[in-house]
Ligand binder design. Structure first.
Ligand code: C2E
Ligand code: MG
Ligand code: MG
Ligand code: MG
Length: 290
């Protein structure tokens, strides 16, 4: 066994050195080490009910701080983990941390959404490993939501994906489509897949409320979600004007720097315990800004 893994290591490096940039290799080594030593952390960003100003749930976002590389953005290392076949391990570490966190927040009963990449969902072991973590932590599956992007739902994979999603749904887990509107898939999956919510991609929110076509697209997505009975959440709300437009247009939930960035578990617990009023919060901020 040792011999085998030694040989794999050797062939990996010998085939790559000289072809890859030194930087990329350093990042790869650092990521392997971070995973081996379980150095990744999870931060939590609030999702807010725009109508009541109350926190509705949280999104778990992975964070990696490396002593030499500094804070590495998920955009850099998630794709790398997928390429290197490390995404399953990464995903499990994140999910396990989230479930232990939910356990320690049990009395607060706050739902948490976890991002899952297409590669994880395609793994035939995914559901079994997921069940194992749920059993280990005794977390109520109803408190968990999985965020998947439309690229997970490519038509050629639809049967297999549908099966996995149905199994997850039977466990009581909620499913959300992340970055909605940016993928190239057809909308037919909305009829076939057990989805609970859509997250409108930040790119549509950015230029609201000035941009006419973004207003039209956003309004159309809101109407469609309402007609289909899906929860709808707008990502990337950064201004009060964006929030007001979305609320008036009938979008119930929102998320973005206007309400708050992702924070570590200790800071998040404070938010949860003081039952932060986000309608007040934004009023207060705009007063300060004036
Ligand atoms: P996402 O799931 O669409 O998450 C939203 C991203 O937008 C997060 O970036 C968040 O910090 C950022 N964001 C939130 N509000 C605002 C805002 O008002 N303005 C702007 N400009 N940005 C905002 P982050 O944490 O860097 O994550 C980037 C992406 O990496 C995520 O996009 C998700 O696709 C992926 N990711 C993060 N954590 C995980 C994870 O644990 N597993 C997997 N598979 N992917 C993850
Ligand atoms: Mg997400
Ligand atoms: Mg998103
Ligand atoms: Mg995204």
């Amino acid at each position: 066994q040792a011999k085998e893994s030694g040989r794999n290591k050797y062939s990996l490096y010998s085939s790559c050195v000289g072809q890859r940039h030194h930087q990329a290799l350093r990042l790869e080594q650092a990521l392997r080490k971070a995973l081996a030593q379980q150095q990744l952390e999870v931060h939590y960003q609030p999702k807010v009910d725009l109508r009541t100003g109350q926190l509705q749930s949280l999104e778990a976002l992975v964070r990696w701080y490396d002593k030499e590389l500094g804070q590495v953005p998920p955009e850099h290392f998630i794709a790398l983990a997928e390429t290197l076949g490390l995404i399953q391990q990464l995903g499990q570490q994140v999910l396990r941390q989230v479930c232990y966190q939910l356990q320690s927040w049990a009395e607060l009963a706050v739902p948490v959404a976890v991002n899952i990449s297409a590669k994880e969902l395609a793994d035939p072991l995914f559901v079994a490993q997921f069940r194992q973590i749920l059993a280990e932590t005794a977390v109520d599956p109803k408190l968990l939501e999985l965020e998947i992007t439309e690229s997970c739902l490519l038509p050629e994979r639809e049967n297999q994906t549908r099966h996995t999603l149905q199994q997850l749904r039977h466990l009581g887990i909620r499913l959300a489509i992340d970055d909605f509107g940016t993928g190239y898939s057809s909308l037919s999956y909305l009829r076939h897949l057990p989805i609970h919510s859509l997250k409108i991609d930040r790119s549509f929110i950015k230029a609201l409320p000035e941009n006419g076509s973004d207003k039209q697209i956003t309004s159309a997505i809101i109407a469609m979600a309402n007609a289909l009975g899906l929860d709808l959440i707008a990502e990337g709300i950064e201004t009060q004007a964006q929030k007001e437009f979305l609320l008036a247009a009938g979008c119930q939930y929102g998320q973005g720097y206007w309400f708050g960035k992702a924070q570590d578990p200790a800071a998040t617990r404070v938010l949860l315990e003081k039952a932060t009023d986000y309608s007040m919060h934004s009023n207060k901020d705009s007063v300060v800004a004036e």
